[in-house]
Write a protein that binds this ligand. Structure first.
Ligand SMILES: [Zn+2]
Ligand SMILES: [Zn+2]
Length: 420
């Protein structure tokens, strides 16, 4: 048989049981390569023609011509890795490796020589076998898909490199200040280096929602940096009220993972500008989920009018705009960074909260992506219909607050979270 011939040829080589078994790794599951290698030697001996040969199962080579006995070092690798891993907090891990290229070349040559398509790479076996040993040593699981931490062994230098997966924290924030942006905003002139214009800070604004939330958290989890992923964003001069805007804070390179989030929440909430709630650890997928969510939003709008409008007329105009689609060309204030196109958005609810001479307060609920300021002032006719035209007087937004983001219920939880 074809395979037996290949086994016979392989047995002529000076190989260790691992490297022998690994050549036929695709044949028969549930055994290690080492066990498979041993078994091949036994079976081969059993099929010998003379009794003497049948009794003396050939032993593995003194020095393996493929790996030069790299597998004798498995325990040492496992110890090196666990020692390194012990410096971090994590739930599960993965072992990777960099193998001497000469070893990899030798094994590939052997595959060609024996015309094999059943072999496994030495790297995979090293990773798996070291992983098994560490699993026992530190009582943590290997996770092939989404490990918290990855240890890469360089087998030539016995060195370990650590890669830590980011930590994702979900929550909601309120913004009570009309002077701070959602995310860090580098100075346009120096691009973050610090110059006269920005007083050496490198920033256009002293702080941001991102920094107020991120600074205490990155410290608590001993991370290197952070990014705030918000479910949309409000304008700098708009407040974010109600139960807040969903966000995920991504902490890069967190050396710790088990910190009391309530304590961090307390620290963040000492700020007058930003308040957070329902902080919890989540998974990377949550970032995509909140980035793709298209939620309706409710706003409180304080607006001024050039001429006073009578209450009855005002209410009638609002009645006509309720449940209407409006067309919005990309606003002139953002057209330099967004493609110019027409969007249709629905005004789902609009009502008058108060009217006092040339000032009115409205509550508006609209579809995701509606430009509220443009709907009020009209943006030189780029939004149709708009309130300025309908009221026949120039209207301007004085204050804009987001009252509620209608994020579908249940989205504050998710099921497949490993912790909490
Ligand atoms: Zn070997
Ligand atoms: Zn600057």
């Amino acid at each position: 048989m074809e395979v037996l011939k290949k086994v016979e040829k392989a047995l002529e080589k000076d190989l260790c049981d691992h490297c022998l078994g690994r050549l036929f790794a695709q044949l028969g599951h549930g055994v290690t390569n080492e066990e498979r290698g041993k078994a091949l030697r036994i079976v081969h001996a059993m099929m010998e023609t003379t009794e003497e040969k049948r009794e003396n199962v050939p032993e593995e080579a003194g020095t393996c011509e493929t790996c030069e006995n790299l597998f004798d070092e498995l325990n040492k690798f496992a110890e090196l890795v666990s020692e390194e891993l012990n410096k971090f907090e994590f739930e599960d891990f993965l072992v990777g490796s960099r193998i001497d290229p000469e070893i990899e070349e030798r094994e590939e040559k052997l595959w060609t020589e024996l015309n094999l398509n059943t072999a496994e790479q030495i790297k995979s076996e090293i990773n798996r076998e070291v992983g098994k040993k560490i699993q026992e040593m530190i009582d943590k699981e290997v996770d092939l898909e989404k490990p918290d931490i990855k240890a890469i062994i360089d087998t030539r230098f016995d060195s370990i490199e650590i890669e830590i997966s980011p930590l994702f924290i979900y929550g909601r924030y309120k913004k009570l200040d009309r002077n701070i942006p959602q995310t860090r905003w580098p100075c346009k002139r120096c691009r973050g280096k610090g110059c006269e214009k920005c007083d050496g800070t490198g920033k256009m604004y002293e702080t941001s929602v991102e920094e107020i939330i991120g600074d205490p958290l990155v410290k608590a989890f001993s991370g290197d940096d952070f990014t705030l992923h918000g479910m949309g964003r409000e304008d700098i001069d708009a407040k974010m009220l109600g139960d807040g805007r969903p966000f995920v804070l991504e902490i890069k390179n967190p050396k710790k993972r088990y910190k009391d989030l309530e304590k961090s929440e307390e620290k963040i909430n000492k700020s007058d500008a930003v308040k957070v709630s329902s902080l919890r650890v989540t998974e990377r997928e949550k970032v995509i989920e909140i980035k793709q969510a298209r939620s309706d939003k409710s706003y409180k709008v304080k607006m001024g009018m050039k001429e006073a409008v009578d209450r009855t007329k005002f209410k009638k105009v609002l009645d006509e705009l309720r449940c209407k689609d409006i067309s919005q060309k990309t606003p002139s204030r953002v057209s330099h960074r967004r493609s110019d196109k027409v969007r249709k958005r629905r005004i789902k609810e609009i009502g008058l909260l108060s009217l006092d001479n040339k000032e009115a307060i409205l509550k508006i609920t609209s579809e995701a992506g509606t430009y509220i300021k443009e709907f009020i002032h009209g943006d030189d006719g780029r939004t149709q219909p708009n309130l300025s035209d309908e009221l026949s007087t120039r209207c301007e937004v004085k204050e804009l607050d987001v009252l509620k983001i209608h994020y579908p219920e249940g989205c504050d939880q998710d099921e497949k979270v490993k912790r909490n």
